[in-house]
Design a protein around this ligand. Structure first.
Ligand SMILES: [Zn+2]
Length: 488
C-alpha cells in the first residue's frame, strides 16, 4: 500500500498526449517516462472542460454527476435560455433553484472534507471550470484561488490574500504566458511550501486556449507548451525542496485532447431551413424557436416543446446530412438509441435525468492537419476554421495525459489498458488512505498493474446510407470510449 503525505495534481487543459514529446515538453515527458503512465487514458463524452472537470472531481460519468454539457438546456432552472456552465451567474441560478445540487455526485473534495483533509486549487479557467473541481468549496472549508479574479471563485478571499502577497493579477494575453507564470508562483511560493494542503491542484488553461485560437502545431502554441512545461518543472523543484518530498505523490493529467477544425456548418440555419426553427445556445433567447442547439464540433439538440415526433424527424434529417458524424438518442437499450440508426446515450455514460433528446457529433477523421497532427473535423463555429476543437469522440479528443509519480514507492511502469479521468478522484483518495464512495465509477490507478493493452469492442448503428461506429474498452463493468466516427 502506498500512503502519500500529500498529493499534488497538475492539469494541462486540452493537452494531447501525443504532443508531449521531449523536445516540446521535456519536464513532463521525463516525468511520464519515469513514472506510472496510462497512455490509453480517456476522457468522458462530451469531451468538454466542464463535463470532464466534473468527472475528474466526482470520479463518475455525466450519467451520475449531471453536468451533461458545457452548456445545456435545463427547464427546471430556466426556460428562457440554455444554461452556460462557464458563467458564474448561470451556476448561481442553478445552485439556487436546485438547492445546491447542480453537481449530483460527491466529489473527492467533499469526501476529503468529511475526513478532515484540506484541498487547495489554483485555477486559470472559467468560473464554471473553477467551480466544478470543488463545487462545495466554501462548505468544505477548502480554498480555491482563481488567477482571473474574485468573481471566478466561491472563496474570493483566496484571491484577495494572494494579490496582497504576490501583487496584481496578470493581464490577459494570448497565449496565456502571464497567467501560467502567476499561477505557478502561487503554487511554488505559497501553496506547496506554506499552505501545504493534503491536496494541491493547479489547472493551467493552456495549451487549450492556444490550440483553439492559435492552432495546434503553431509556433506560438509550441512556445506556450514550453512555458507550461517550465511551470511544471518549477513545481517539481518546489516539491523537491520539501522535507517530505519522497512522500508527496504527483499526478499529471489533461481533461481532454483537441483536433483541428476543417470547415464550418451553420447548423441552426440549416435546421431552420428544414422546418425546425433553431437557435444556438449563445443567442440566449429561445423565443419562437422549436429547437435549442449547442455547438462546437458536437452538441445537444433540445426539442423545446418535447414533441417526440419532431425529435425523430430531426434525428433522421441529421443522419441524411453529409456533415453528420454520429447521432445519439436516449434509450433503455445499452447500445441502440430510440430512433433507429442512432446510438443510445447509455453507451457513452450520458443517461442522466438531464439528458437531451438528441446529441449530434459532426464528422471527423484521423487525417493530418496543416501541422501534420492527426485529427480533423467540422465545427459549427466559435473558433476560426483551422483552430482546435473538442467535445466529440475522435480518439485525439478523447485521449488524455495521465501519469503518476513523485512518491518514492510509486513504481515506474505502463498500463496501456482502460483508464481515464474518472480514475483521478479514487486515486487521490487512495493515496491519502481514504475510501472512495460507491458513487465513484473510476478505480484507483495504484491498483492497476502493468498491462500491454486490452481488447476493444466495436459497436455500429445506422440507417439507410448512414453508418456510425464506436470503439470502447471495458473494465469491471465500466466502459471507456476509445474512438467514434462515421463509416459511410
Ligand atoms: Zn478543457
Amino acid at each position: 500500500m502506498i500512503q502519500a503525505s500529500r498529493v499534488v495534481v497538475c492539469v494541462f487543459d486540452g493537452l494531447r498526449p501525443d504532443m508531449v514529446t521531449p523536445d516540446r515538453m521535456p519536464h513532463l515527458a521525463g516525468f511520464i517516462a519515469g513514472g506510472r503512465s496510462f497512455p490509453e487514458a480517456r476522457t468522458v463524452f462530451p469531451s468538454m472542460t466542464r463535463v470532464a472537470t466534473s468527472s475528474i472531481a466526482t470520479g463518475a460519468f455525466p450519467s451520475r454527476h449531471g453536468i451533461v454539457g458545457n452548456a445545456f438546456y435545463y427547464p427546471e432552472v430556466t426556460r428562457d435560455f440554455v444554461l452556460d456552465v462557464s458563467k458564474a451567474e448561470d451556476i448561481a441560478l442553478a445552485e439556487e433553484r436546485l438547492g445546491g445540487k447542480f453537481v449530483t455526485a460527491d466529489t473527492f473534495a467533499d469526501v476529503l472534507a468529511h475526513a478532515g483533509k484540506s484541498v487547495a486549487v489554483v485555477h486559470s479557467g472559467s468560473p464554471g471550470s473553477t467551480y466544478a473541481i470543488n463545487p462545495r468549496v466554501a462548505q468544505n472549508g477548502h480554498w480555491t484561488f482563481s488567477v482571473l479574479g474574485t468573481r471566478h471563485t466561491r472563496t474570493p478571499s483566496a484571491v484577495e490574500d494572494m494579490v496582497a502577497r504576490f501583487g496584481p493579477l496578470p493581464p490577459r494575453t494570448l497565449p496565456r504566458f502571464d497567467e501560467i507564470d502567476y499561477a505557478t508562483r502561487i503554487m511554488t511560493d505559497w501553496v506547496i511550501p506554506e499552505m501545504a494542503p493534503d491536496v494541491a491542484l493547479v489547472w493551467f488553461n493552456e495549451p487549450d486556449t492556444s490550440f483553439h485560437y492559435r492552432f495546434l502545431g503553431s509556433e506560438e502554441t509550441r512556445a506556450v507548451m514550453r512555458s507550461a512545461d517550465n511551470a511544471f518543472g518549477r513545481i517539481l523543484e518546489a516539491i523537491r525542496l520539501r522535507p517530505d518530498a519522497d512522500d508527496i505523490a504527483v499526478l499529471v493529467a489533461s481533461d481532454h485532447g483537441q483536433i483541428s477544425s476543417s470547415g464550418e456548418v451553420d447548423l441552426a440555419a440549416l435546421l431552420t431551413e428544414a422546418g425546425h426553427p433553431a437557435a444556438m445556445a449563445a443567442q440566449r433567447d429561445l423565443s419562437g424557436m422549436a429547437l435549442a442547439v449547442t455547438g462546437g464540433n458536437m452538441g445537444e439538440i433540445r426539442v423545446l416543446d418535447g414533441d417526440l415526433e419532431r425529435r425523430d424527424r430531426v434525428a433522421r434529417w441529421l443522419m441524411a446530412q453529409e456533415f453528420t458524424g454520429m447521432v445519439f438518442t436516449p434509450s433503455e437499450d445499452p447500445v441502440q438509441g430510440t430512433v433507429p440508426g442512432t446510438f443510445s446515450h447509455r453507451l457513452v455514460g450520458l443517461d442522466h435525468g438531464r439528458q437531451p433528446e438528441l446529441v449530434y457529433v459532426l464528422r471527423s477523421n484521423l487525417d493530418d492537419d496543416a501541422h501534420g497532427l492527426p485529427g480533423l473535423g467540422l465545427i459549427t463555429g466559435s473558433v476560426p476554421v483551422g483552430g482546435g476543437m473538442h467535445g466529440g469522440l475522435n480518439r485525439h479528443e478523447l485521449n488524455t495525459v495521465l501519469a503518476l509519480g513523485g512518491h518514492a514507492a510509486i513504481t515506474p511502469g505502463v498500463h496501456a489498458g482502460a483508464a481515464g479521468v474518472i480514475d483521478i478522484a479514487p486515486t487521490i483518495l487512495d493515496l491519502l488512505g481514504v475510501s472512495a464512495p460507491a458513487s465513484m465509477q473510476g478505480a484507483s490507478l495504484l491498483q492497476l498493474g502493468d498491462q500491454p493493452g486490452g481488447p476493444v469492442e466495436t459497436f455500429t448503428a445506422g440507417e439507410c446510407d448512414f453508418r456510425q461506429e464506436l470503439t470502447l474498452r471495458r473494465r469491471n463493468g465500466v466502459t471507456f470510449a476509445q474512438h467514434g466516427q462515421r463509416r459511410a
